[in-house]
Design a protein around this ligand. Structure first.
Ligand code: ACO
Length: 434
């Protein structure tokens, strides 16, 4: 809620009409001009493609200061959560707004683990997909299909339904994600093991073979835990905004999370971690880096260096700092410091950070620059990277959805437009057209 309120006056120079626009300030960060009454008062909309200057909601969940490189979940700095918390505790925090007591955490953990299995019919659902399709395509189909398998929790006006569907989504995403991989590899699905924690269970379902015992590698599990925490929420990014917009019509949470998955898949968003590895592979050798940097700088070439730049972080991405350390730690522990892609990545980072083009535009390595290298070192195939991101972000999507459902200001999302098409004209019968 706004703590103080003042106004700015806009004068329409055509008519001389003046309108007071209230200014609202939140807990931290830039204030907003509250333009909700502008259309009724001035008959004009605001124009802001890509929502560069537009706040679409107020939220209690996540705060980002892009200039200072700050990321807070419910007020807690990401650095402290990454060091001290568990992913499941972060899920509780994002959903409930406070850190849990030991008893609350245990109850929450039980609620999640009792939902980790998926309906057997869902597992048969996979056989309808081409085995070589992208796993994000499986995820889109399967999470959408959850609305049919779990239609007993799709009444969005019922708080208990909302809670159950939230637990189901968080619990079943790792199972569906691992199933996507297993199906694409022609491997049998593994059932979740509820004695394992969230990260360990995912690695187990991904990699355990029925023929062998499987021990979760603790170094892998720790790195995965860091990735999950760092990706858990990021306020009103493209995928979260897609979830909010889709669910603003009253659509059920499974369908709405599908909208988030669709948006996340794009290379400018969650697909970037996959694109980073492809870029590094394409570069091939450190000596080729200047050629690729030159392409990224060429105005006539649409090529971009994947893993660089962020709409909000214009100084550094605090997640990238943490994940960079995790990346070093993992590769040290695994004795794979010589991963040639990591060497290329470090050199690319060095060259780009010294380059005026990147400096002037404040293009720093983002979280995806390093997460791909970690996931690759863990044996997770490239096309599963965005799936892991989707798994981590599900709690953020759900927390934002739950917040929206309780928000008295919530209305169906309906952006306006500046129409620049043809003026009104009459239909011409086909035999009279030139
Ligand atoms: N390589 C080269 N140039 C770039 C890059 C890049 N990766 N990113 C931005 N630029 C340039 C643009 O060409 C533009 O230059 P100009 O001012 O001379 O026209 C300027 O920097 C600003 O770029 P915009 O596209 O206006 O910035 P925007 O905030 O809209 O885009 C985005 C942010 C999408 C992340 C962009 O930086 C990008 O495409 N990066 C690569 C993809 C990527 O890594 N995405 C992951 C984001 S993090 C996440 O989703 C978890």
């Amino acid at each position: 809620m706004a703590e103080k309120q003042n106004t700015v006056t806009i004068t329409d120079n055509r008519s001389g009409k003046k309108v007071d626009i209230p200014i609202q300030h939140g807990t931290h960060g830039s204030g907003v001009f509250d333009v909700r009454k502008m259309y009724s008062e001035l008959g004009m909309f605001t124009y802001d493609p890509g929502f560069v200057s537009t706040a679409t909601c107020s939220s209690y969940i996540t705060y980002i200061d892009g200039d200072e490189g700050i990321l807070l979940y419910r007020g807690y700095p990401i650095e402290q959560l990454a060091e001290k918390s568990s992913y499941i505790e972060v899920c509780y925090l994002l959903l409930n707004g406070h850190l849990p007591s030991a008893a609350q955490l245990e109850t929450f953990r039980c609620n999640i683990t009792c939902h980790t299995m998926v309906h057997e019919g869902m597992r048969r659902f996979y056989s309808g997909f081409r085995h070589d399709a992208h796993p994000m395509a499986f995820m889109l189909g399967c999470v959408g299909a959850m609305s049919s398998f779990y239609h007993d929790s799709t009444d969005v006006t019922n708080p208990r339904h909302r809670e159950i569907s939230a637990h189901r989504l968080i619990a079943k995403m790792p199972t569906l994600a691992a199933d996507s991989y297993r199906y694409s590899m022609g491997l049998p699905f593994n059932f979740p093991k509820n004695k394992l924690d969230y990260s360990d269970n995912f690695l187990y379902m991904m990699f355990a073979l029925p023929t062998d015992d499987y021990e979760v590698n603790p170094v892998h599990a720790k790195a995965l835990r860091t990735i999950l925490i760092l990706h858990a929420d990021h306020e009103q990014n493209a995928s979260t905004s897609s979830v909010r917009l889709a669910s603003s019509s009253g659509a059920n949470p499974f369908a709405s999370v599908c909208a988030g998955i669709a948006s996340l898949w794009g290379p400018a968003h969650g697909g970037a971690n996959e694109a980073v590895i492809k870029t590094l592979e394409e570069i091939g050798e450190a000596k080729n880096i200047p050629k690729f940097v030159a392409r990224a700088k060429d105005k006539d070439d649409p090529y971009r260096l994947m893993g660089f730049g962020h709409r909000i972080y214009k100084n550094f991405d605090p997640r990238a700092t943490l994940i960079r350390d995790a990346c070093h730690e993992l590769l040290n522990d695994l004795g794979e410091q010589q991963d040639p892609l990591f060497e290329i990545a470090l050199e690319l980072e060095r060259i780009a950070l010294e380059d005026d083009y990147f400096k002037e535009r404040k293009l720093y390595p983002n979280v995806d620059f390093y997460s791909g290298i970690i996931l690759r070192a863990m044996g997770i195939p490239i096309n599963m990277f965005t799936v892991v991101f989707a798994m981590a972000r599900t709690v953020g999507w759900i927390a934002q959805w739950m917040e929206m459902m309780d928000d008295p200001e919530q209305r169906i999302g309906r952006p306006r437009q500046l129409y620049v098409g043809p003026a009104t004209r009459d239909y011409v019968p086909i035999d009279e057209r030139e």
